[in-house]
Unconditional design. Structure first.
Length: 114
């Protein structure tokens, strides 16, 4: 099951690079592996061991982060909105994000020191 999902993802990546990814491509992959959409959803449940939200979207938009149009206009910057399903993972992410080293600042300080 995992191997089939890996092959499907590789094919989708290839089609995406060729700028021709569509729902019919996804349907063709399901047919190729003799899967129904329900089989695909079942495979995702097996592969994702943690609670995961999978958003329905067009295949060519699968790498687009979640966003809110009103907030995007007000914020005018990058955003990646996600439901918090694991409080520990959220706290860990926030700590790593707020304490990450700023590469540009490190390079600037290093250049200044020289």
């Amino acid at each position: 099951m995992k191997e089939i999902l890996t092959e499907m993802n590789a094919t989708m990546n290839k089609l995406e690079k060729e700028k021709i990814l569509s729902w019919s491509d996804f349907d063709n992959l399901l047919t190729k592996y003799n899967w129904t959409y329900e089989d695909y959803e079942c495979a995702l449940r097996v592969v994702h061991t943690r609670t995961t939200i999978i958003h329905k979207r067009e295949p060519n938009a699968r790498w687009v982060n979640q966003y809110n149009e009103e907030i995007l206009r007000a914020w005018n910057a990058n955003m990646d909105i996600q439901f918090v399903l694991d409080p520990y993972a959220c706290a860990k992410y926030l700590m790593s994000y707020t304490t990450k080293p700023e590469r540009e600042m490190s390079l600037l300080l290093e250049a200044t020191h020289k």
